[in-house]
Ligand binder design. Structure first.
Ligand SMILES: C[S@@+](CC[C@H](N)C(=O)[O-])C[C@H]1O[C@@H](n2cnc3c(N)ncnc32)[C@H](O)[C@@H]1O
Length: 311
C-alpha cells in the first residue's frame, strides 16, 4: 500500500522517518527520495537478508539518507536514541509498520515459512538473540500438548488445534519433526478429509500460529506502539498495516485508547484516571488495498491500514 503510505505520511524535504519493517525496502526508498539529503530514514529489520539486500540496492542507487538497523522494532526507542543521541523524544515526522513477512522470505527455499517448500523448521525473521523467543523446531518438538493447542487456537484460530497437537506429540515420540514437510504430513494425518480438501490449505493456520509464536509478533507490536507515540513530534503520524485480525485488534485497541481523554469504566460518575488523548484517528475504519493493487499483488488482500496523528 505504498501509494497510501506516501499520501498519509506526506514526507517533506528534511524530515525524519522510521520504517520499522524494511523488507524489500520499497517504503524506505520511496520516503528517502521525498525527504532528500537533509532528512533521514531509520529502517529496521530483524532479518539479515533484508539488511544485506538493502545495503546492496542503496549502494547501487547511491542512496545515503537511510540508516539500516538489524534489530527487532520492539527496541525502537533505544535505537532511535543511539542514532540521534543529542535529540530528545518527539523528533520523528512519521513511523510506518508493514507487519508480517516479505515475499522474499516466503519464497526463500532455505527458510521454513512456506508449507509448499521443504526446508528446516525455522520460521524466525531474524537471529534467535534478536527474537527473544524459542525456535519453531523447539516449540514443535518440546512444548507440551496443551501449550501447542493454545498456540494453534490463539494465534491460528485453528479448529482442529487439539487433534493436530495430539498428532504432533505422538509423531515426535518416534522421530523429531525437523522439516516443514514433516510438519505438513503430521497435520495432514490429524485433520479430516473434508478439511484437507478445503479452500485454504490445511496447514495454513498452524503455520501462521507457529510463525507468530516464534517471532513473538503480537508482543513486538504491543511493545513498539507506545514507544512510537513518544518518538513522534506533534502532527507526526503512525501508519500500521497488518495482515491478520489478531494484530489488527491490538493496533485498533491501542489507537482507540490513546485517542480518548478518559478511560474510566462507564459506571464512574467522574473521571478518576486522568488519562489524556495523545493521538487523533485519521481514519475511523481501516483502509484496504485498491482493486488495482489487489490485481498486481493478491497477497495484499488481507491488509488493513490504520493511521493516527499525534496531538
Ligand atoms: C511485509 S515486509 C515489509 C515490506 C516493506 N514494506 C517493503 O517495502 O518491501 C515485513 C518485514 O518486516 C520484518 N519484521 C517483522 N517483524 C519485525 C520486527 N519485530 N522487527 C524488525 N523487523 C521485523 C520482516 O523480517 C520483513 O522483512
Amino acid at each position: 500500500m505504498l501509494k497510501e503510505v506516501l499520501e498519509y505520511l506526506d514526507p517533506q524535504a528534511g524530515q525524519n522517518f522510521i520504517d520499522c519493517t524494511l523488507g524489500g525496502a520499497g517504503y524506505s526508498m520511496a520516503i528517502a527520495k521525498k525527504i532528500g539529503k537533509g532528512g533521514r530514514v531509520l529502517s529496521f529489520d530483524m532479518d539479515k537478508m533484508a539488511i544485506n539486500n538493502a545495503t546492496r540496492i542503496f549502494e547501487e542507487e547511491n542512496i545515503n539518507n537511510i540508516t539500516l538497523i538489524n534489530d527487532n522494532f520492539r527496541n525502537l526507542s533505544k535505537n532511535a536514541k543511539d542514532f540521534f543521541p543529542d535529540k530528545e523524544e518527539g523528533i520523528f515526522d512519521g513511523i510506518v509498520f508493514d507487519l508480517g513477512l516479505s515475499s522474499a522470505q516466503l519464497e526463500d527455499r532455505d527458510r521454513g515459512f512456506s508449507f509448499k517448500l521443504d526446508a528446516p523448521l525455522d520460521m524466525s525473521f531474524g537471529n534467535t538473540d534478536i527474537l527473544g523467543g524459542d525456535s519453531t523446531e523447539k516449540i514443535v518438538n518440546s512444548y507440551g500438548q496443551d501449550e501447542l493447542v493454545k498456540i494453534f487456537k490463539d494465534y491460528g484460530e485453528e479448529k482442529f488445534a487439539r487433534k493436530i497437537a495430539e498428532k504432533i506429540v505422538e509423531k515426535r515420540k518416534e522421530n523429531k519433526i525437523k522439516t516443514t514437510l514433516d510438519l505438513v504430513g503430521t497435520i495432514e494425518g490429524a485433520v479430516p478429509a473434508s478439511y484437507r480438501r478445503g479452500k485454504i490449505h490445511f496447514a495454513t493456520k498452524v503455520f501462521q500460529a507457529l510463525r507468530i509464536a516464534t517471532n513473538q509478533e503480537l508482543q513486538n507490536i504491543e511493545e513498539a506502539l507506545p514507544q512510537s507515540v513518544n518518538l513522534l513530534r506533534p502532527g507526526g503520524r503512525i501508519i500500521v498495516i497488518s495482515y491478520h485480525s489478531l494484530e489488527d485488534r491490538i493496533v485498533k485497541r491501542f489507537f482507540k485508547k490513546e485517542s480518548i481523554d478518559c478511560i474510566c469504566p462507564p459506571s464512574f460518575p467522574v473521571c478518576a484516571c486522568g488519562h489524556k488523548a495523545k493521538l487523533e484517528m485519521i481514519s475511523k475504519k481501516p483502509l484496504t488495498p485498491s482493486d488495482e493493487e489487489l490485481k498486481g499483488n493478491p497477497r495484499s488482500r488481507s491488509a488493513k491500514m490504520r493511521i493516527v496523528e499525534k496531538k
